[in-house]
Design a protein around this ligand. Structure first.
Ligand SMILES: Cc1ncc(COP(=O)(O)O)c(C=O)c1O
Length: 378
């Protein structure tokens, strides 16, 4: 890794393959059809690896719908909190499944969608108010949420609706939420499920995490399917495909010591390139641990981003060794919700992107330059 110029995000082919074998196993054991949620991971040059394990993509915008169709192929399930009038026709024409977030969107667009593309499968997003997300800032089921129609609003299965979409999880490894979801669905519309063709159980379950409740998941799905064998079940995780399967290589550019605090300034920006850290994500760092109040921590450093925002910083980590200018720092698990969210804030260019192939070879995919910054703005 020392030979790679930093900053660089590395997609580790072997680690992704091992995640994909879990997805394959789940598909074989349960018959659930897996979609890739492009909002989490859209590095399309790697789709050749992922394609055999999914039936298609799930999209949240015209750009993602197009990318799914062009680069992944198969089914494209498009959903957005509201479809934009300027994008709707192109989304409908490029999708296989279209999911409305509200009854007003259904009223505005369902007929038009089928006029444009009669074989589109239409669905509704339902918010079952099953609040189980491990990340509260990403809980789609909090009271007052803008996502989904409530069961109380859905008195009947509406004309031309073939499926229902649910998304309740975020970074969950337990299946307690799924169990509650199935119970709620049966309680609320069990007697109308015969009118539907599919249910989409959403994303957010980290099925590839070492702690994932694998056997319980298999048992829950099998039990549900045995009662409703006519329903196709989809899941649309994103992060799970590349969970713990890549890293961001950075370098220490300077070390600032002020008022007793040491900050190692890195050649990336947390604000621009690891935006979730500002929402509380604490990435693991190789050779460092969280500060532990019960022990005598050594080599404490804050990690400072390269932009000028005061908040572009990670609170202290305890390093095994003192840091020096030029040291490489490896930030773990940096593939999901990073590449898709990066900006050039403050003119900071995103890290380059590389694949570590199974044979150890490093394949560079992309390096960013001034034109990437400039072309976004004019
Ligand atoms: C509707 C929907 N589906 C799928 C996902 C993917 O979730 P994850 O990447 O956590 O699996 C999200 C994430 O926000 C989502 O909002």
């Amino acid at each position: 890794m020392n030979k790679i110029n930093t900053p660089c995000i590395v997609f580790d082919e072997d680690r992704v393959k091992s995640n994909l074998s879990v997805i394959e196993n789940l598909t074989i054991r349960t018959g659930v059809k897996f979609l890739l949620a492009l909002k989490a991971f859209a590095l399309f040059p790697t789709f050749v690896l992922i394609r055999p394990y999914v039936v298609g993509a799930t999209s949240g915008s015209l750009c993602e719908t197009r990318l799914g169709k062009e680069e992944l192929g198969g089914e494209v399930h498009s959903y957005a909190p509201a479809f934009l009038a300027s994008e709707f026709d192109d989304i409908a024409l490029n999708s296989t499944h279209l999911i409305f977030n509200s009854l007003s969107q259904y009223a505005a667009y369902a007929k038009r969608a089928l006029d444009l593309k009669p074989d589109l499968s239409l669905g509704l997003r339902i918010n079952p108010l099953v609040s189980v997300s491990t990340r509260k800032e990403y809980d789609p089921c909090e009271s007052g949420s803008r996502f989904g129609i409530r069961f109380s609003e859905l008195r009947e299965i509406l004309e031309n609706i073939e499926g229902l979409h649910f998304h309740i999880h975020c970074e969950n490894t337990s299946c307690a939420g799924l169990e509650l979801l199935f119970a709620t669905i049966e309680d609320q519309i069990g007697n109308r499920l015969n009118k539907l063709k599919w249910l989409n159980l959403g994303g957010g379950l980290v099925v590839t995490d070492k702690d994932f409740d694998f056997e319980n998941f298999v048992a829950l799905i099998k039990a549900f399917k045995s009662k409703y064998p006519h329903l196709v079940l989809y899941m649309e995780p994103g992060a799970a495909y590349v969970w713990q399967a890549g890293y961001l290589l950075t370098s220490v550019v300077d070390i600032i010591e002020a008022e007793g605090t040491k900050t190692a300034i890195l050649d990336v920006s947390f604000e621009a390139h690891l935006n979730d850290t500002l929402l509380g994500w604490r990435p693991s760092i190789v050779g460092a641990s969280e500060v532990d109040a019960d022990i005598d921590n050594h080599n404490l450093y804050k990690l400072g981003g390269i932009s000028c925002a005061a908040c572009d910083v990670l609170a202290e980590y305890a390093f095994k060794k003192p840091l020096n200018i030029g040291d490489q720092i490896i930030i773990e698990d940096a593939l999901h919700y990073t590449l898709v969210k990066m900006t050039c804030f403050c003119g900071t260019l995103p890290p380059s992107i590389a694949i570590k192939k199974s044979n150890g070879e490093i394949q560079y995919l992309k390096a960013f330059s001034y034109s990437d910054y400039k072309n976004r703005l004019g």
